[in-house]
Write a protein that binds this ligand. Structure first.
Ligand SMILES: NC(=O)c1ccc[n+]([C@@H]2O[C@H](COP(=O)([O-])OP(=O)(O)OC[C@H]3O[C@@H](n4cnc5c(N)ncnc54)[C@H](O)[C@@H]3O)[C@@H](O)[C@H]2O)c1
Length: 321
């Protein structure tokens, strides 16, 4: 099988390619990535010299290139995106370009080349925010209510993918996952930011009152979930992926402090982000019916992640300074 992965030099894409190569050794993997600030081809250095892996340096917005590249591809797994909410507040335009126009260009290529499966990787942020201390969770039936330019651009891309299924019968699936963490995550995101700041004896910035709740999933569990959707998911359907780890940011900060043997004097409360979503939580019963469940507990995965950043300072120091 020939699988095309977009954004494979980013955090989840790189983990997914390494996972796929481990699992399906004979598959041909094509990785299309523009290598923006978030893309790092070193993430896949263990595949150097592997004959059935190919890296293509390209922009997914380049329609002709996408058409050529997808010519004999069986499956597309689409990760490429601008992904950082704070950056989307500062400058929304690159998010519309990469996430909306880029997705459209890939969908067109997939349609023209009759690709057998287009899997779109999306986020729970398209559903907006939930109140604190409520039992409510996002489900596949929750109405879209994006609140940041990032979430709005991902929502638009989800709608386009869905429209290509209904209008052109393109065989699509969509997954909306909760917040990921693990190796190769760019150190602007909260977990690697906290870990690497502490490794450098710096304070960790906690927004507002610290009571923003995110539902965390270890990246390897997310990669396995996408695999399950590819194998067993129903065409045209959406699957929510979460590992039932609702954690307020302040609790997350204290867990990382404890793993690294530091005290709360390293916490620095900072001015809140505008439009900050209070809580995300995922009801993942639908994907669990396909036989998936997370393999890692939150605490175990947080320790593994902290260890990875401790052991790979050269990887993150260059990105941070
Ligand atoms: N990180 C999370 O917690 C999370 C949660 C749910 C969903 N997602 C989604 O998963 C996907 C991957 O997220 P991530 O955290 O790995 O992002 P990331 O920012 O680490 O990586 C994005 C990758 O896409 C590439 N890219 C960006 N624009 C491109 C373009 N125009 N053409 C080709 N490549 C381009 C970048 O170079 C980078 O390698 C995104 O679609 C994101 O919305 C992320």
């Amino acid at each position: 099988m020939k699988i095309l992965v977009t954004g494979g030099c980013g955090f989840i894409g790189a983990n997914f390619i390494l996972y796929w190569h481990r699992m399906y050794h004979d598959d041909i993997i094509i990785n299309v990535d523009l290598l923006t600030y978030a893309g790092n081809s070193e993430n896949l250095s263990e595949l150097n010299g592997v004959k059935n892996y190919e890296f293509v340096h390209a922009d997914i917005c380049d329609k002709q290139k996408m058409l050529n590249i997808t010519n004999d591809v069986d499956v597309i797994v689409h990760f490429a995106a601008e992904s950082h909410v704070d950056r989307s507040i500062h400058d929304p335009e690159p998010f519309i370009k990469a996430n909306v126009i880029g997705t459209l260009s890939l969908l067109e290529a997939a349609r023209k080349n009759k690709v057998k499966r287009f899997h779109h990787v999306s986020t729970d942020e398209v559903y907006g925010a939930l109140p604190l201390n409520s039992p409510e969770k996002f489900t596949e039936k929750t109405a879209y209510a994006p609140r940041s330019p990032y979430a709005a651009s991902k929502a638009a891309s989800d709608h386009l993918v869905s429209a290509y299924f209904h209008t052109f019968k393109l065989p699509v699936t969509i997954s909306n996952s909760s917040n990921n963490f693990g190796s190769f995550q760019f150190p602007e995101k909260i977990i690697p930011l906290f870990i690497t700041n502490l490794l450098e004896e710096k304070k960790i910035p906690v927004y507002g009152d610290g009571l923003y709740v995110r539902d965390w999933i270890y990246v390897e569990d997310h990669c396995r979930a996408i695999d399950v959707v590819l194998q067993k998911g129903i065409i045209g359907e959406t699957y929510l992926i979460g590992a039932n780890n609702e954690v307020p940011n302040i609790v997350l900060a204290k867990k990382i402090l404890s793993i690294l043997g530091k005290d709360v004097s390293f916490i620095q409360y900072v001015q809140d982000r505008p439009g900050h979503d209070r809580r995300y939580a995922i009801d993942s019963r639908k994907i669990k019916k396909l036989g998936w469940k997370p393999c890692f507990s939150f605490d175990e995965a947080l320790k593994l992640t902290t260890r990875w950043y401790s052991e790979n300072p050269l990887w993150w120091k260059r990105l941070k300074h």
